[in-house]
Design a protein around this ligand. Structure first.
Ligand code: BES
Ligand code: ZN
Length: 629
């Protein structure tokens, strides 16, 4: 069919400098839409979540010189940008948010700078006049209390309870709150850093890392492969390192190091399995740092050093799929990066697919199938919760925070889409396609439409495979050809639950060989009409309220809240006060709210909120309608 191109120019009209009267800048997203497919040309893709002019002036390297001041809870120092004025622009614009900008040097000479209007979502553009031959811009600054990326962890909330701790979380648009930078996944930079910390602490970054403290508390870092700046990361605390094998290892506080080393004993093997699937691991070392429980995510794929929550330390290695996930990002996300946050599923959907393939290679198909079914259940829940427009893989964030897109649509619908193509093409063809995809796009960014073109050109058209790609990517719901996964382990759990029935036949439940996944399936599948008496019977036999496994505890607490089983209340409070992982907080506070226990939710939240990272408190503030006053 003849394709008709329609040029849509959506002017978002962010007049960032209008009040200061100097410059008008419009952020434009330009979309080329055809009548039969969705095509966007790379040159026209502009990330709507940056105020920087990253296409006009291209930064190639950043050097950070920062002092970590725990007393005042600020990072202070400078960032030196090495850049090229590719368009002959008169100004360079960086993203900043809640930063205190002190002064600027352009090619070593003091230069004036201007801050635009503050935008709640995007922050404050920092504009500096440059000439066409400019080489460097150095910005001197301090972070403030409003640094959304930073978690200054109270010593009481660390494992050792004595030393302070700080860590950063850049994804998605938080790097601008600790570094003035062109904060877009559409630009890759190499970086280096000199970080000064109190001498009793160790600093680590998403770079090459020290394994021991030094007396000066001064650490130098190099990340010589280009990365999008949401992957710049820093953690400082009383850290130790233990190797797992020659290429992998664990950083954490001494109190946890043995438990973590035990939990992650398979890490070296995982990297090898991942390489066996989709090609060499290109980042040198692969280490993991286990952070304090306020870390708002399960894991974050900071290159060379995954940041992880301590809630995966279950004592039985049952939650290590998270390591497989963050490791898989070393290909999907870190090597091949979504161009904009609207293409987030390219990062996460591929990673979940890859994660399950690693898990299958490590622990067998039955294991991976259980993970896939739990994932499918999460997807159905997401479809229930999200508006139709947000159920498409390709997002239209339109001035909303990219965080809005962190749902199981991107993760699970994205993964099932790839699984569907795997089934249609056969595993062998699909694997070789994926391997080439990573190889041919390494250290590049890609958007959804470029991916679809590549998929058509390299896999679907040459092999005459006809599948409903457009429906999966641009439409709501779960298409009817979504792969169906079966698990005999889960069928057995369902049978046991049915046999428990309404007569509470406890002897029918034999969980001796159950993994965490079977327990989760068991709890999730308890019928909604279960009485609190029935929960009590199950609890007194299996001690779920006391579970030290955070996944099981969270699922059980949620079920208990919804069935008015109040015996969990004290442990629920302890859990919510200690753990800041948003994935656990959201369903628990939501269950309290929906069970008309908003008062109790507020009572707990008052105590817990100071312990949470901004990412989590922001979400829960909104969920509960909480305002500080
Ligand atoms: N990159 C994500 C975390 C993220 C996404 C942070 C979007 C900020 C914005 C990370 O790889 C991730 O997906 N973590 C998951 C764990 C995973 C096993 C699904 C999480 O934290 O729950
Ligand atoms: Zn991920």
């Amino acid at each position: 069919m003849k394709q008709i191109y329609i040029l849509l120019v959506i002017s978002l009209g962010v007049s960032t400098f209008s009040c200061s009267g100097s410059v008008e800048r419009n952020v434009e997203t330009e979309e080329l839409v055809t009548d039969s497919s969705h095509v966007v040309t790379e040159a026209l893709v502009i990330d709507e979540h940056t105020l920087s002019n990253y296409k006009d002036v291209v930064v190639s390297h950043c050097h950070l010189s920062l002092d970590v001041d725990f007393e005042n809870e600020v990072l202070k120092g400078s960032v030196l940008h090495t850049l090229k004025n590719v368009s002959g622009a008169e100004v360079v614009i960086f993203d900043t948010k809640n930063l205190n900008i002190k002064s600027v040097l352009v090619d070593g000479t003091t230069a004036p700078f201007e801050l635009g209007n503050y935008d709640e979502l995007l922050g404050t553009p920092l504009q500096i006049t440059i000439n066409k031959d400019v080489n460097t811009v150095e910005i001197f600054y301090e972070t403030t209390e409003g640094a959304e990326a930073l978690d200054w962890v109270n010593p009481k909330l660390t494992a050792g309870k004595e030393n302070p701790y700080v860590f950063t979380q850049g994804q998605s648009i938080f790097t601008r709150t600790w570094v003035p930078i062109m904060d877009t996944p559409g630009l890759r930079i190499t970086y280096s850093a000199d970080i000064t910390v109190p001498p009793n602490l160790l600093a680590v970054m998403s770079a090459d890392n020290p394994t021991e403290k030094n007396d000066q508390g001064k650490y130098h870092f190099e990340m010589s492969q280009p990365v999008p700046c949401y992957l710049m990361a820093l953690a400082v605390g009383n850290l130790e390192f233990v190797p797992v094998d020659e290429r992998t290892g664990v950083y954490t506080e001494p109190e946890m190091i043995d438990a973590c080393a035990f939990e992650f004993a398979d890490m070296g093997e995982m990297v090898k399995k991942a390489e066996g699937l989709y090609g060499p691991y290109l980042w040198g070392r692969y280490d993991i740092i286990v952070l304090p429980p306020s870390f708002p995510f399960g894991g974050m794929e900071n290159p060379r050093l995954t940041f992880a929550t301590p809630t995966i330390i279950a004592g039985d290695r049952s939650l290590v799929s998270l390591v497989a996930h963050e490791l898989a990002h070393s290909w999907s996300g870190n090597l091949v990066t979504n161009s904009t946050w609207n293409d987030f599923w390219l990062n996460e959907g591929f990673t979940v697919y890859f994660e399950r393939r690693i898990m299958e290679d490590m622990y067998g198909k039955d294991y991976a199938d259980m993970l896939a079914i739990l994932g499918y259940q999460d997807l159905i829940r997401s479809i229930d919760e999200e508006s139709e427009a947000d159920q498409a893989l390709k997002l239209k964030l339109n001035r909303r925070h990219p965080d809005v897109g962190m749902t199981d649509i991107a993760y699970e619908k994205g993964c099932f889409f790839l699984k569907m193509i795997e089934e249609a093409s056969g595993r062998e063809l699909f694997d070789s396609f994926l391997k080439n995809y990573f190889l041919e796009h390494k250290f590049q960014t890609i958007n959804t439409e470029e991916f679809v073109n590549y998929l058509n050109a390299k896999l679907l058209v040459p092999n005459k495979i006809a599948v409903n790609v457009e429906e999966w990517i641009y439409e709501s719901g779960v298409p009817s050809n979504c792969p169906v996964i079966e698990s005999k382990n889960f069928t057995s759990v369902e049978e046991q639950l049915a046999a428990f029935g309404t007569e509470n036949n406890l002897d029918e439940i034999n969980p001796l060989d159950w993994s965490t996944h079977e327990w989760l399936h068991f709890i999730r599948n308890m019928p909604p009409e279960f009485s609190n008496k029935q929960l009590e019977i199950i609890d007194s036999r299996f001690q779920l309220t006391q579970s030290g496994n955070c996944e099981i505890a969270c699922a059980w607490f949620e079920k208990s809240i919804r069935c008015n089983y109040e015996a969990v209340d004290q442990n629920l409070e302890k859990f919510l006060v200690r753990v800041g992982r948003r994935k656990f907080l959201t369903p628990l506070y939501r269950a309290l709210k929906e069970s008309n226990r908003l008062d109790r939710a507020f009572e707990i939240y008052e105590k817990a909120r100071p312990n949470y990272h901004h990412v989590s408190s922001h979400t829960i503030d909104e969920l509960l309608g909480y305002s500080k006053s």
